[in-house]
Write a protein that binds this ligand. Structure first.
Ligand code: AHG
Ligand code: MN
Ligand code: MN
Length: 335
C-alpha cells in the first residue's frame, strides 16, 4: 500500500512482497537505477554551465573532455547496473549491440536484462527543456549460468517485469511500475532523497490534449490526418489543445497527469515511425497500461508485438484510453 511522502527506499522495502520469486534482486535493481538517476540529474542540471565551468578548469580534473549528455547518461546507467549482481545484459539505444555482463564470479548467474533509452529528448538539452530516461526490465529466457543472448532482449513488452522513466523537469521525478500500478517519486535535490509524491497514478480515461509533430502532417497516413481534424473540430469538448515538447517522456508524463493522447505515427518518410519499440514504446506502454491508459501501434496492442530486432521502430499511439480508441477507429476506417 502506497503511503504518501514515504521515501523510495521505504517504499521498496514495504513492497518487497510483490515479487515472491525475485529474492530482492528487482528491488536492488530499482535501487541502482535511482542512484544512476541522481548522478545523471546532477549532470543534466549543470548543462548550461558546462562551458563556464570548463573554462575555469573545474570539471576537467581527470583531464576528461566534456561529453555529450546522452553518452554520459548511457555510461552512468551501464556502470551502475553492471556493478551489482542483478543484470546479465543491457541493451541501449546508444549502443549498436547489447552488452553481456558475466557477474563477479564470471558465472553468468544474474537473472535480469535491462533495455534503456538513457536520454530521451536529447535535442532539448541545449534549450533548457525537460528530458528523460526510460528503462525496461525482463527476466532472462536463456538458462542461468550461460551468457545472455539476443533472445533475452527480443521479448514482447507483455513480458516486462518492471519499467519506468525519469523526467528531468522543473523537478526530477522517477515514475515506475512493477506490475502493481504506477508510483511517482520526486527528488529532493537538497537531501538527495526521492519521496512518493504521486501514489497510484491513473491515466484519465478522457482528455483534451493531443501531442503530435504536426509539421509532418503531409507525410501522415490518412487516418492520422482525419483524427487531427477531428481534434480540431468545434464540438462540445473540442477543439482539443495541442501540446508537443519533442521529448516523449515529458509529453506522456504531462498527458498522464492531465489526460491526453501522444502519437508518433508512421509516415511516408519513415515506414515504422521513429520511436524504438524496445527502448521507448514498450516501457512507456507498460506504465501507461498499468495506469489504466492504452498504447497501440494504431491497430493493435504495442506490448503484443514480437520484436525481431533490437533497434526496431514502431508507430506509437498512447494515452487516455478513450482517445486512443478513437484514433484507432480513424486508422481502421481510412486504412
Ligand atoms: P531521443 O532523444 O532518445 O532520440 O528521442 C527523441 C524522440 C522522442 O522523445 C520525441 O517524442 C521524438 O523523438 C521527437 O521527434 P520529432 O522531432 O521527429 O517530432
Ligand atoms: Mn528517446
Ligand atoms: Mn535517447
Amino acid at each position: 500500500m502506497a503511503k504518501q511522502y514515504q521515501t523510495l527506499g521505504e517504499f521498496i522495502i514495504d513492497n518487497q512482497a510483490d515479487f515472491p520469486y525475485s529474492s530482492g534482486e528487482l528491488s536492488r535493481l530499482i535501487n541502482s537505477i535511482r542512484l544512476a538517476a541522481k548522478v545523471v540529474n546532477h549532470e543534466v542540471n549543470k548543462a548550461g554551465l558546462v562551458d563556464i565551468i570548463g573554462a575555469y578548469g573545474e570539471t576537467n580534473i581527470q583531464g576528461e573532455d566534456q561529453q555529450k549528455l546522452d553518452v554520459y547518461a548511457n555510461q552512468k546507467f551501464i556502470q551502475t547496473l553492471t556493478n551489482r549482481e542483478i543484470v546479465c545484459g543491457i541493451a541501449s539505444e546508444e549502443n549498436d549491440d547489447f552488452i553481456t555482463i558475466a557477474g563477479c564470479n564470471n558465472d553468468h548467474k544474474n537473472k535480469y536484462v535491462v533495455l534503456m533509452d538513457p536520454l530521451d529528448g536529447s535535442s532539448n538539452i541545449d534549450v533548457n527543456v525537460s528530458v528523460g530516461t526510460i528503462f525496461s526490465v525482463y527476466r532472462r529466457v536463456t538458462p542461468i549460468g550461460t551468457p545472455a543472448t539476443k533472445e533475452d532482449f527480443l521479448q514482447p513488452g507483455n513480458k516486462q517485469v518492471a519499467a519506468g522513466y525519469i523526467i528531468y523537469g522543473t523537478s526530477t521525478m522517477l515514475v515506475y511500475t512493477t506490475g502493481h500500478g504506477v508510483n511517482g517519486f520526486t527528488l529532493n535535490p537538497a537531501l538527495g532523497s526521492w519521496y512518493l509524491s504521486h501514489p497510484d497514478m491513473k491515466f484519465p480515461e478522457n482528455g483534451r490534449i493531443y501531442s503530435i509533430n504536426e509539421g509532418n502532417y503531409v507525410h501522415f497516413p490518412e487516418g492520422v490526418k482525419k483524427y487531427i481534424k477531428y481534434c480540431q473540430e468545434e464540438e462540445e469538448d473540442r477543439p482539443y489543445t495541442s501540446r508537443y515538447i519533442g521529448s516523449m517522456v515529458s509529453d506522456i508524463h504531462r498527458n498522464m497527469i492531465k489526460g491526453g493522447i501522444f502519437i508518433y505515427p508512421k509516415s511516408s518518410k519513415a515506414f515504422n515511425g521513429k520511436l524504438r519499440l524496445l527502448y521507448e514504446c514498450n516501457p512507456m506502454a507498460y506504465i501507461i497500461e498499468q495506469a489504466g491508459g492504452k498504447a497501440s501501434d494504431g491497430f493493435s496492442r504495442i506490448m503484443d508485438i514480437q520484436p525481431a530486432e533490437l533497434h526496431q521502430r514502431a508507430p506509437f499511439f498512447a494515452g487516455s484510453k478513450n482517445m486512443v480508441e478513437k484514433a484507432e477507429e480513424f486508422m481502421k476506417k481510412f486504412q
